[in-house]
Design a protein around this ligand. Structure first.
Ligand code: 5GP
Length: 205
């Protein structure tokens, strides 16, 4: 098991489905240097998605074997499918590389229990009405799936105060800038810097 490391920044993004998190995540990956943790899932591959890039798409049987083998840092059942983060995803932290996770609230709470240093950022949709219209207009989900996602969204929003930061996504570019700012500020945070500054060197002069 990897120890709770301060070296790289360990960032967890969560947002109700349809909030625009994937667009924000992709823009962040262009702005900031992050290794993105590709999750495992049992849900169907959607058109435009690539196995190994968006997710590792596996059967329930394989996923459950991985659970038993203790390969997941966290996993949860979301909208009727399994999603999970492999422990190996944290390895870059030990080399000082920042790691970004895009997971749901249940997963975040599991991560935060194990890694207090994980930086949780919750992204709010502009409104539930807007969320419904985004889910409907993107045409990726069935009507039943949309209702499930909206029901889950309400539950996820109730947990917003378990995160370190909460950002309203009213406009993608602004939201990305805000999160980029949070990442920059966190990298200079005294709490996080303590490990790397040897104050003895200043005392000698
Ligand atoms: P989607 O099916 O729209 O790609 O994702 C559905 C939800 O699953 C999103 O809220 C996403 O953040 C979450 N999710 C993706 N990967 C993981 C993971 O590894 N663990 C958990 N707990 N949730 C995940």
């Amino acid at each position: 098991m990897i120890k709770n490391s301060n070296k790289g920044l360990f960032v967890v993004l969560s947002a109700p489905s349809g909030t625009g998190k994937t667009t924000i995540k992709n823009r962040l990956l262009q702005k900031d240097s992050f290794e993105f943790s590709v999750s495992y899932t049992t849900r169907e591959l959607r058109s435009g998605e690539k196995d190994g890039k968006d997710y590792h798409f596996v059967s329930r049987d394989i996923f459950e074997k991985k659970i038993i083998a203790g390969e997941f840092l966290e996993y949860a059942e979301v909208h009727g499918a399994y999603y999970g983060t492999c422990i190996d995803s944290l390895k870059p932290l030990l080399e000082g590389i920042n790691v970004l996770l895009d997971i749901d609230v249940q997963g975040y709470l599991q991560v935060k229990k194990k890694y207090e240093n994980a930086l949780g950022i919750f992204i709010f949709p502009p409104s539930l009405l807007e969320l419904r219209s985004r889910l409907e207009s993107r045409g990726l989900n069935t009507a039943t799936d949309i209702e499930t996602r909206l029901k889950n969204a309400k539950e996820e929003i109730l947990n917003w105060d378990r995160y370190d930061y909460a950002v309203l996504n009213d406009e993608v570019e602004n939201t990305t800038k805000t999160i980029h700012g949070i990442v920059l500020a966190e990298q200079s945070s005294v709490k996080r810097k303590r490990w790397e500054i040897n104050t003895d060197a200043f005392n000698k002069s």
